[in-house]
Design a protein around this ligand. Structure first.
Ligand code: NI
Length: 147
């Protein structure tokens, strides 16, 4: 871990009041940690916007258990992308619905393609892809690969 550097920030009083209100609701004990998290969020967002960046992701979705051929389609798609899938967890939610969480890694564009294909299958009712990468505080962020 590198040393912490202090710096000043100027901000309108209203904006700061709103910020303090927000972060106290979110459970931050001080502004510094809240600001560090916002910076990390932006860095991850920037890193993962590059299609060739290696990312980690979780795809969560819920689907209709009774829909014909749906489970076959979901399984076929997962086999197509087997190299990117770390694990799949299946939860029987109730008589009608199943929930799955797929942990993924690989190039951002491949993961996003898999996610779009899966979520657009008929009978998949709702889902969301969450992407992350490690955020290094000790090294400079690496530059994007060539597209
Ligand atoms: Ni099930």
């Amino acid at each position: 871990m590198t040393k912490l550097v202090r710096f000043g920030i100027s901000m309108e009083q209203d904006l700061l009041d709103n910020f303090d209100h927000l972060i106290s609701h979110k459970g931050y004990s001080n502004r510094s940690e809240a600001i560090r998290d916002i910076v990390r969020e932006k860095l991850v967002e920037e890193n993962t916007s590059s299609p060739y960046e290696h990312i980690y992701a979780a795809l969560v979705y819920i689907y209709d258990h009774h829909k014909r051929n749906l489970e076959k389609s979901l399984s076929s798609l997962q086999h197509e992308f087997f190299q990117n899938i770390i694990s799949t967890t299946h939860v029987h939610v109730d008589h009608d619905s199943c929930l799955e969480v797929i942990l993924l890694q690989g190039k951002a564009k491949v993961i996003k393609t898999l996610s779009e294909k899966l979520l657009s299958i008929k009978g998949v009712q709702h889902g969301k892809l969450t992407i992350t990468t490690p955020v290094k505080s000790s090294n400079k962020q690496k530059h994007h690969h060539n597209h």
